[in-house]
Design a protein around this ligand. Structure first.
Ligand code: SF4
Length: 78
């Protein structure tokens, strides 16, 4: 896979985001809330390849994690 393609995981600037494709149902809540980070392809959320992690609001990201109906998103910060 190319490094420029969306992936189940991504991160930078001390933030790491992972989407569990076994539980994600493709509701696209995450994409609607943070389209700069998430994109839904084939009914699975992916982390965009072009995220500017230095601009990502970690508090907003935490809200998106809580709002996922399937608890499919994991965020870790360093
Ligand atoms: S909100 Fe959760 S279930 Fe919906 S697309 Fe995003 S990761 Fe998947």
């Amino acid at each position: 896979m190319s490094a420029m393609e969306p992936s189940a995981t991504g991160g930078g600037a001390g933030v790491r985001v992972s989407v569990d494709h076994d539980t994600c149902s493709g509701t696209a809540h995450c994409q609607q809330s943070m389209p700069s980070v998430f994109t839904v392809l084939n009914r699975k959320a992916h982390v965009r390849a072009d995220v500017d992690w230095s601009m990502v609001d970690v508090a907003q990201l935490a809200h998106v994690v809580e709002a996922c109906p399937w608890f499919a998103i994991t965020v870790t910060t360093e």
